[in-house]
Design a protein. Structure first.
Length: 63
C-alpha cells in the first residue's frame, strides 16, 4: 500500500506563517553574501598527484 500523500486541488491551503516582511535592500545584501562565499568543498574532478597515481592498492576479501 502506498503511504505517500499527494496534494490535490481540493485540499485546503496550508496556514500562512506569520513572517515579518523584509526590505529589498536587505534581501539583496543577503544574496550578495551568499553568492560571494567561496565553496568549502574541494573539487572532485581534480588531477591526481604523482604520489596518488603510484599508490598500490591491495584488495582484501571480507567474509
Amino acid at each position: 500500500m502506498n503511504t505517500s500523500r499527494r496534494v490535490r486541488a481540493t485540499d485546503e491551503l496550508p496556514d500562512k506563517l506569520d513572517r515579518k516582511p523584509i526590505k529589498f535592500d536587505e534581501f539583496t545584501a543577503a544574496m550578495q553574501q551568499l553568492m560571494a562565499a567561496e565553496p568549502s568543498t574541494k573539487s572532485k574532478n581534480r588531477e591526481l598527484t604523482r604520489c596518488e597515481l603510484n599508490q598500490k592498492f591491495r584488495m582484501t576479501r571480507r567474509d
